[in-house]
Design a protein around this ligand. Sequence first.
Ligand code: CP3
Length: 355
Amino acid sequence: MTRPKNDTLLRALLRQPVEYTPVWLMRQAGRYLPEYNQTRARAGNFLALCKNPAFATEVTLQPLERFPLDAAILFSDILTIPDAMGLGLYFSDGEGPKFERPLREERDILALAVPDPAVHLRYVMDAVTQIRQALDNRVPLIGFSGSPFTLACYMVEGCGGTDFRQIKTLLYRRPDLLHRILDVNARAVTAYLNAQIASGAQVVMIFDTWGGVLSHAAYREFSLHYISQILAGLERERGKERIPSVVFTKGGGLWLEHIADSGCDAVGLDWTVDIGEARRRAGGKVALQGNLDPAVLFSTPEVIVAEVKRILAAYGDGSGHVFNLGHGISQFTPPEHARILVESVHDLSRKRQEH
Ligand code: CP3
């Protein structure tokens, strides 16, 4: 595997020396970019965009044409796995994801099977291959998946934006059935991420968007346990290059020490924690990714620069920090504010190193 010309992200994730703090943005290809909306209109809808490797490649590269980002992230969605399991994913306009056949009956749960990524998720692997070709080793490509628990939330609830009543009822009434779903999901995610790595992904990230809604005890049993299982099953090297892994549990600040022990190379942070304190708590075991509140991008250039400065200072000197937002960029973000963010992370972190 050839190393990217700009490999700053890979070095930061492995806590090797860097000249500046690398930055990318969760959901960096998305509706805040007019060119994304145009491509999506040409594709017909969001799922058609994900399922067409040429369109997925085009939108993956769009934010890189605009801003000096240090990584590309595969354009896809975490819900491709339950879709490949036959649950019937669809997006109704402005309402987020839904499933035609959510998992409610015991017999459906027992019938759940691991999809073969080379067959049922072929379009994702084709997108990874095409994006790597189009990137021509400019920056590394991040592959990703949802966590087993976060996927289960959508599979059981049948949609987003819920109060988690269905999944929590299952958790407390029939933990055996939830464990069965999580075990299938963990095996599916492991195979899926390994297939992305084999197709050319140079970093993998696990999005545990809903782990933070669990109780202290339930988080470890129903979310982190399965994340660790995936990490233990990943191909950690391709050629001679290590493939770093990132675990992001939104609302996971209280469990940082445990997440840092899961076997990942880096932990993603939302904006509710102080990144300097997180660094001390993680005890030098992992790199950290984050953690600007995405709402800062609704403010002014002066405020954006000040908040970037604050986070860089809180992290302190030395490698091991990947700058990012604490969650996905909002569709209402002015694109010029994303530029100010990316450029100020580069400028201010270089200046800090010169002192
Ligand atoms: O970061 C990137 O640029 C890569 C692309 C990416 C998307 N979804 C594209 C997308 C990634 C990494 C995801 C992950 C994802 N998808 C997560 C985990 C991260 C997070 O945000 O918490 C989750 C929970 C999903 C499920 C999902 N997909 C939801 C809840 C929604 C609707 C919310 C919304 O923003 O409308 C989606 C749709 C989606 N996925 C969009 C994009 C660009 C917007 C769809 C559109 O263009 O209409």
